[in-house]
Design a protein around this ligand. Structure first.
Ligand code: SF4
Ligand code: SF4
Length: 384
């Protein structure tokens, strides 16, 4: 006799409350599995199309790592005939798991650090502006055009600080007016929202919005595409409405206007990696490439097949930066090997997460390729 499988409605209801409704659009065609970059890793046998099916049944694997492996790249969404966002379905599962303490320990620590100190690095807010101490960066007071939000990684991480420092030098060279808010700024909270920590996200986002509004912020210039999508797409839910500009967009405009003229040659072959949050999720593909092409001597090459909307995630999205994966389950390893195959001397990135993920992968795999930010390369091309 065939036993009828009954959904666990209590869990299904909880998942729907957590915005998992996209699961009902899924008709199990399996196309998303073909698009998911995790399938390129031998270590993962993760049929992503099963997740909406399990959500509709209220079956959640509280022990398995699968739902924490999704990097939120949304390659699946672009392929799905029904436009299902698996990342959103996963977020619903993560929110329910988080309520019952099922979040990975490293991500839990990050959530606690952001909740108490406003950043994921367990550092004090007074250290947030140390990256800027020798640069004479003005405090944002509403009179400048842009509020520059460095992102926590360039604020606290010694390597990533160079991105923010390069950006400041470029803005000054172009005569752009900007300022930072400093100690009162808190993490944008993109990673922890995608990780399922909704309550901390809403508290910290609301605090940021109050700070930004009190300072008279209208335009936010961001270093990180993760801050970009969060300020642009998530903060309006909490009545935080700002014009958001990624540094590569502004740099390209300033180059076109003749306010930045790179003249110092960089005789290197450079491959540009499209971050999921800047490319696929925000449609910004050309600006970083044009900035790189403006540098004399620099030869821009492309990843064959896997560029622009087909880019492969660095592995740092969807909270991935904070979740430890086995070596053979890391997208960053796959991507840096692809970069080396292009023959490039430099892997250029426009995202602090990509910088961190790729530098770790290059070091772990002992590869001979340098990872540099677009901001850093432009600053060098300007002789700054
Ligand atoms: S591509 Fe869309 S409809 Fe098809 S299995 Fe995946 S989520 Fe479901
Ligand atoms: S968001 Fe990316 S990693 Fe997650 S299921 Fe979709 S394609 Fe796979």
């Amino acid at each position: 006799m065939v036993q009828k499988l009954e959904p666990d409605w209590e869990i299904v209801d909880a998942l729907m409350e957590m915005e998992g409704t996209d699961a009902y659009k899924c008709y199990q065609c399996g196309k998303c599995a073909g698009a998911c970059p995790l399938n390129m890793l031998d270590a993962i046998t993760y049929p992503v199309y099963r997740v909406p099916y399990e959500v509709k049944l209220g079956v959640i694997d509280t022990e398995g790592p699968e739902v924490w492996q999704c990097v939120g790249c949304e390659a699946c969404k672009d392929t799905c005939p029904r436009g299902v966002s698996q990342a959103k379905v996963m977020r619903a599962v993560r929110r329910v798991l988080a309520e019952f303490g099922g979040m990975p320990g490293t991500l839990q620590s990050v959530v606690a650090s952001i909740s108490s100190g406003g950043n994921p690095f367990m550092e004090g807010p007074e250290k947030r502006t140390e990256w800027a101490k020798d640069l004479d960066v003005p405090t944002f007071d509403g009179s400048q055009e842009y509020f520059y939000f460095s992102c926590c990684t360039p604020a606290y991480d010694a390597r990533a600080q160079k991105l923010a420092q390069a950006t400041v030098k470029i803005l000054k060279a172009a005569g752009v007016t900007f300022g930072i808010i400093g100690e009162q700024e808190k993490c944008c909270c993109e990673a922890i929202r995608r990780g399922g920590a909704e309550e901390v996200f809403s508290n910290v986002a609301s605090a940021n919005i109050a700070t930004f509004n009190a300072a008279g912020v209208k335009k936010i210039l961001v270093q990180s595409p993760h801050c970009y999508i969060t300020f642009k797409n998530d903060y309006p839910e909490f009545e935080g409405n700002y014009e958001v500009v990624h540094v590569t967009e502004l740099f390209y405009r300033l180059i076109k206007e003749g306010k930045l003229k790179p003249a110092k040659s960089i005789e290197k072959k450079v491959v540009y990696h499209d971050p999921c949050t800047l490319g696929r999720q925000s449609g910004i593909y050309d600006e970083p490439r044009e900035v790189l092409k403006s540098i004399p001597g620099l030869e821009l090459v492309e990843f064959p097949n896997f560029n622009r909307e087909f880019s492969v995630c660095c592995g740092g999205g969807g909270g991935g930066l904070w979740i430890e994966q086995e070596m053979d389950a890391r997208l960053s390893n796959l991507r840096v090997r692809q970069a080396v195959e292009t023959g490039a001397d430099i892997l250029a990135v426009a995202c602090p997460y990509c910088l961190q993920m790729f530098e770790d992968a290059v070091a772990n795999l002992h590869l001979a390729i340098e990872v540099r930010g677009v901001s850093e390369l432009l600053a060098e091309g300007l002789g700054l």
